[in-house]
Design a protein around this ligand. Structure first.
Ligand code: PAF
Length: 294
């Protein structure tokens, strides 16, 4: 049976008796659930006895002019989907319960990592994510929390917060779930028109093409001191291709998998390609890890 709780206190009360002998997993979401979210819940079930899915469109992670008001709120449909895979609890609190004072004077800042990549065009986004995820960790006090790898930077920030604030929570990551044509599933895909939807897989295709080139290592590891500029020219070529397909690339970067800059392409071999690009009203994210042959 799936039970929905809409207040912090009611969730705490219902979880209390389980704490002594059951492992509790948290899957934080903003609702409008798709198969990607459901894969997180299924993974959470493998790690715990009780799964709590939070559904909360968190106002503090939306910047001015972003889609807070239009973000799809579909609690009824979400509840049906979660019930169909035997989720134990849905936590769907009100904004007032989560934020007695809005904007809240208390902050959870993750530092440098929040200002890069997505943080450049969404400067306050990760401050809001850090705060709400910390609150959810305190409210649910789970043993394990599951996040998707599509939000690669978010995952890195949450791992850092869990480490620095000593949360006794295993952070588990789940692979990106894609449509048959390769587009990473996202609630924001529904902002795409039919034409845009047909263009959208280009993002994944180009990232994959770049990953294949990096994996071959030919351009990078056979190169001399110019190898970093060769890497940049490959990146620039991909950006051009994506833009020519109709996107407006926000960023496309290749980093070490811990998100540090690449310093030496002969030594840094576990890499990740990260991109965000606008297609009409939708800002789409994608990423791909790649092991470069030495
Ligand atoms: O990834 C999301 O859906 C959100 O950023 C999260 C982690 C649920 C926090 O609101």
């Amino acid at each position: 049976m799936t039970t929905t709780l809409t207040s912090i206190q009611s969730l705490r009360d219902i979880l209390k008796p389980h704490r002594a002998n059951k492992r509790i997993a948290l899957v934080p979401t903003m609702g409008n659930l798709h198969d990607g979210h459901l894969s997180l819940v299924k993974l959470a079930k493998q790690h715990a006895d009780i799964v709590v899915v939070s559904i909360f469109v968190n106002p503090t992670q939306f910047g001015e002019g972003e889609d807070l008001d239009s973000y799809p709120r579909t609690l009824e449909a979400d509840t049906q989907k979660l019930a169909s895979i035997d989720t134990n609890y849905i936590f769907a609190p009100s904004v007032d319960d989560m934020y007695p004072v809005l904007p809240p004077p208390t902050q959870v800042l993750a530092g440098d990592i929040s200002t890069q990549l997505c943080g450049k065009s969404r400067p306050t986004h990760f401050d809001g994510v850090g705060l709400v995820v910390s609150k959810l960790f305190n409210i649910v006090a789970p043993d394990v929390a599951v996040f998707g790898q599509k939000d690669y930077q978010q995952l890195a920030i949450i791992r850092q917060i869990a480490r620095d604030l000593s949360y006794d929570i295993d952070i588990v990551s789940a692979p990106i779930v894609r449509a048959d044509d390769g587009l990473a599933l996202s609630s924001r895909n529904q902002y795409l028109t039919a034409t845009e939807r047909s263009i959208a897989p280009t993002l994944h295709q180009e990232v994959t093409r770049l990953a294949e080139k990096l994996a071959q290592g030919v351009h990078i590891n056979n190169a001399s001191e110019t190898d970093l500029s060769l890497l940049q020219s490959l990146i620039d070529e991909s950006i051009t291709q994506i833009n020519e397909a109709g996107f407006k690339v926000d960023y496309l970067e290749v980093r070490q998998q811990n998100l540090q800059d690449i310093t030496n392409t002969k030594q840094d071999t576990a890499l990740v390609i990260l991109t965000a690009a606008w297609l009409g009203k939708a800002r789409l994210l994608d990423n791909q890890q790649v092991q470069v042959a030495v």
